[in-house]
Design a protein. Structure first.
Length: 495
């Protein structure tokens, strides 16, 4: 199949049309031509038991190489061990090159003549005439030549010299490239280990410079060793940084959702809230003897035990009050910041790691940010937290009631304020529309007023022109009239 607008096309008719439009079908067709039929007409003296039939007629099979490389690329993308696959691919390429060169050596020996000198292959003897011996010796000669090891028979004519020189040059170029690629692959396989070792060396140098003490240095080194043994010092944020948020959320849900659902206050919560919270979980590793929290500390995060064992100890650090294992949760009430909590959202016990422990941490700020979009879920979580506090007798009902009344009053006031703001926004929008319409009308009136003097001036000019024309016509008429017989003007001139 192929991708069309991001969708995999599997329809046979579309596949056929798409395949015909590509250039690949031509090479596939050439590779399928049955050129082996030429062997049926090969002369018996050119193809016998000792000398296999020349395979040059099957050269069209090389047109399948693009398909082979395409398969390599897809497999390298799909496999979980890309570095191992790349090394296997390089080794296969080396074997193929040696094989082709061995075939070329045998063909040149056939063209020059078997056994004509010490350089070409010699068919004399029962062992040398077998196909296995012919291939093994040719492969051996090709390996020595391409790897520039030498120790092969010295060429004795020009063609042999040219072939050996070309082989040496090709071997230097090809194997230098291949060895470089293999070295790069091996380096990439160890890049995580090298990066981890560099970070650990930096910390060790810092501790030695600051003289923190042998005991603390040993604890830090053991912590590094544990993190490498458990996760290979995998930086999840850096690994997943290339993915879009949706895919990162999907992966986080698959990895952490089951763990988050074990928390009592989060059971039966909205799926959207849980999806938002799984992205906020952070993995922390604690060494043996590390205190996760101490009595009296302000609770700013809650913890979910992923792996390891924790001890709840008394203030003296010796008396063990309880032991927590995988799946245990503590500090969930403190992150809700419930009013009336007699502990003041402070830790009520000392929790210490017995061995190496992996804990998921959820910060209070991250939880409150997520709950801002889910007010109903926040009310539900607060109620569940109150139930846990009532169970232990740690909830001051009067303080909680007053705080709730205050919060409800503030919520009502906020809702009224939001309604008032919405009303004002509506009025402002209407006034703005009216102002825009009035402004448009005013512009039209101003335009008409500006054009009126021009129109009056034009009318006056037109009237003046008409008056001038009238005067000219009157003078012309009077002039013509003065020359008419019997006119007063003419009579006056006669007298």
């Amino acid at each position: 199949g192929y991708l069309e607008q991001g969708l995999l096309v599997t329809d046979p008719h579309k596949l056929r049309a798409h395949y015909i439009q590509t250039k690949q079908w031509r090479t596939d067709l050439l590779s399928l031509i049955p050129t082996d039929l030429a062997y049926l007409r090969w002369q018996p003296f050119e193809c016998n038991v000792q000398v296999p039939c020349p395979v040059i007629v099957r050269v069209n099979r090389l047109f399948k190489l693009p398909r082979l490389w395409e398969w390599f690329e897809r497999t390298e993308t799909d496999t979980n061990y890309p570095n191992v696959f790349r090394i296997c691919k390089v080794v296969l390429a080396i074997l193929v090159l040696i094989h082709w060169n061995a075939c070329l050596y045998f063909a040149i020996s056939y063209a020059i003549g078997f056994g004509t000198d010490n350089w070409v292959y010699n068919l004399d003897g029962p062992k040398n005439s077998t196909l296995a011996r012919q291939y093994i010796y040719s492969f051996y000669w090709s390996t020595l030549t391409l790897t520039t090891i030498g120790e092969t028979p010295v060429p004795e004519n020009e063609a042999e010299y040219l072939f050996v020189v070309a082989d040496f040059l090709a071997g230097v170029l090809i194997f230098a490239t291949i060895v470089g690629n293999i070295g790069s692959m091996i380096s990439n396989m160890n890049v995580a280990r090298v990066d981890f070792q560099n970070r650990m060396d930096g910390v060790k140098q810092y501790m030695a410079f600051r003289k923190v003490g042998r005991e603390l240095e040993a604890r830090v080194i053991r912590w590094f060793a544990y993190t490498w043994a458990e996760s290979g010092a995998l930086d999840e944020e850096r690994v997943l940084s290339a993915l879009p948020d949706k895919l990162k959320a999907e992966i986080a849900i698959r990895v952490h959702l089951e763990t988050l659902q074990k928390v009592r206050i989060f059971q039966d919560c909205e799926p959207g809230l849980l999806e938002a919270l799984v992205l906020k979980l952070r993995l922390q590793v604690f060494s043996p003897g590390d205190y996760i929290c101490r009595k009296g500390d302000v609770g700013k995060e809650m913890y979910i035990v992923k792996r390891g064992r924790l001890q709840v100890v008394a203030d003296n650090g010796q008396t063990v009050l309880a032991t927590l294992g995988a799946g245990s949760v503590f500090g969930e009430v403190s992150v809700l910041d419930i009013a009336g909590n007699r502990t003041g959202n402070r830790r009520t016990a000392n929790v210490r790691s017995l061995g190496y422990s992996d804990l998921f941490c959820l910060a209070k700020d991250d939880l409150l940010v997520a709950l801002a979009d889910y007010p109903d879920a926040r009310a539900t979580l607060t109620e569940r937290g109150c139930q846990l506090l009532r169970k232990d007798g740690l909830l001051d009902e009067e303080v909680f009631r007053k705080a709730k009344e205050t919060q409800d009053s503030m919520t009502d006031s906020l809702k009224k304020l939001e309604k008032t703001v919405a009303t004002l926004q509506t009025r402002l929008a209407r006034l703005l529309a009216e102002f825009t319409a009035s402004q448009a009308k005013l512009k039209q009136r101003i335009t008409r007023v500006e054009l009126r003097p021009h129109n009056l001036m034009q009318d006056n000019q037109d009237n003046l022109a008409v008056a001038n024309v009238g005067r000219r016509r009157l003078r012309s008429f009077e002039a013509q009239r003065s020359y008419l017989p019997g006119s007063d003007t003419n009579r006056h001139k006669t007298m």
